[in-house]
Design a protein around this ligand. Structure first.
Ligand SMILES: Cc1cc2nc3c(=O)[nH]c(=O)nc-3n(C[C@H](O)[C@H](O)[C@H](O)COP(=O)(O)OP(=O)(O)OC[C@H]3O[C@@H](n4cnc5c(N)ncnc54)[C@H](O)[C@@H]3O)c2cc1C
Length: 387
């Protein structure tokens, strides 16, 4: 499934973009075409001399976890290459342009409870990327109507240019290959062999894998994970989310930034997306279906999902069922429901899994993905120091 359907066209890597410590040829130059994209071609051991290795570390996924890990590993002096299947950066921290509006169709905002992430957020605020969007958010219940934000209290941050700004910022200075989907990972001697869709292979001694865990496990069928590790990871589960974006050029925007619906069977969230954009024209609402609705109707025809969700929104915002235009996104792996307790997992020699499904209660959101990326880098560096 594509987690991001739009974004900037891929850019050529600028000369000099190679991360410090790279000793071999540039990453984009060494792909070895394979006759069948789905069957990884593993070069003969003679071809696997260290000087031919492209990077010290390959990171799969340019979401918040993968980019954070890549950053720290690069800062530690390793040559890092990030492989990302989409055109966009930031993964589920996603933004698209619809009807000339920038709209966040994945993560809506982020929290910063840990001092380390707060430090990063302060840097983003100072650079003009992020701002304090809301102090707590209101909740709506069918039984009791509105409950004010006040008790929730902690700040929510957003990005005026869109939540994918975080991915773009984290990717700066990194070697990121976009529209490069990994099809399969296998172990060959001391190396991880990473086969790409459409041909091409990477070899690296270390590998960080950050797609949602079910997708990661599909990639790792050839990685010879211990059965106990595989079982732990197989128990990680995600809720899907059907998302509707709806535009109302004539409507006056609601007075709140966004609101949670705590007991609605179909609708969990209404975001007032224009409240994040300084020059917002008209009103754009982002509706997130509940996990129950999304599960039951994930593959239904778009119109059969959009209509009931608009009707549900109209229970709160009377004109919400009369948009001028709509768009949608199906997130198969939106939010992890059953998370792994460790912040990241060393699953094999030089192999770390990370992402928002790690970190127990601290996971499941952007802040958790960031913490998991840091933990992944730390685990690899510690394992490196121990050998
Ligand atoms: C609808 C929705 C609403 C949300 N709301 C919030 C919110 O308000 N606040 C909050 O904090 N969090 C929210 N989240 C969760 C938040 O977006 C995630 O926790 C966070 O972005 C996860 O980051 P990640 O790096 O772990 O994973 P991802 O962002 O999923 O990154 C993984 C990357 O791997 C790439 N990839 C996958 N397979 C391959 C492959 N085979 N080859 C190459 N690349 C591959 C993907 O394209 C993706 O870019 C929301 C998520 C969704 C979907």
């Amino acid at each position: 499934m594509s987690q991001e359907t739009t974004g900037r066209a891929p850019e050529a890597n600028a000369p000099g973009d190679v991360a410090p410590g790279a000793s071999g040829p540039r990453a984009g130059v060494v792909s070895a075409p394979t006759p069948d994209a789905h069957v990884p071609t593993i070069p003969a051991p003679d071809d696997a001399a260290p000087e031919q290795w492209v990077a010290d570390v390959v990171v799969i996924g340019a979401g918040i976890a993968g980019l954070t890990a890549a950053h720290d590993l690069r800062r530690a002096g390793l040559a890092v290459e990030v492989l990302e299947k989409s055109r966009g950066l930031g993964g589920r921290s996603a933004t698209r342009t619809v009807q000339a509006h920038r709209v966040d169709h994945g993560a809506q905002y982020f929290t910063a409870r840990s001092p380390r992430f707060r430090h990063q957020v302060d840097a983003w605020i100072a650079a003009g990327l992020a701002f304090r969007w809301a102090e707590g958010l209101p909740t709506w219940t069918a039984a009791g109507g509105w409950r004010d934000a006040a008790e929730g209290g902690h700040p929510r941050f957003a990005c005026a240019a869109g939540m994918n700004t975080l991915g773009k910022a984290l990717a700066q200075g990194l070697e990121v290959q976009r529209e490069t989907r990994v099809s399969h990972v296998a172990r060959d001697g001391d190396a991880w062999v990473i086969a790409l869709d459409g041909g091409g292979v990477r070899r690296a001694p270390r590998l960080v894998v950050t797609p949602p865990v079910p997708q990661a496990l599909e990639l790792l069928t050839g990685a010879e994970l211990p059965a106990s590790t595989y079982a732990e990871l197989a128990s990680v589960g995600y809720a899907p989310c059907f998302t509707v974006i709806a535009g109302y050029p004539e409507a006056e925007a609601p007075g709140w930034p966004g609101l949670h619906l705590s007991d609605h069977p179909d609708l969990a969230w209404i975001g007032n997306d224009g409240s994040k954009r300084p020059a917002s024209d008209g009103t754009v609402l982002v509706l997130h279906a509940t996990p129950a609705f999304s599960r039951e109707h994930f593959d239904d025809a778009v119109v059969d999902n959009v209509r009931p969700l608009l009707r549900a929104a109209a229970e709160v915002v009377p004109w919400a069922d009369r948009p001028a235009w709509t768009d949608h996104q199906r997130w198969r792996y939106a939010r992890p429901e059953h998370r792994h307790p460790a912040p990241a997992l060393l699953a094999g020699p030089g192999l770390v899994l990370a992402g928002d499904a790690f970190g127990g209660d601290a996971g499941g959101r952007i802040e958790g993905a960031f913490a998991s990326g840091l933990a992944a880098a730390r685990l690899l560096l510690e394992a490196n120091a121990a050998t």
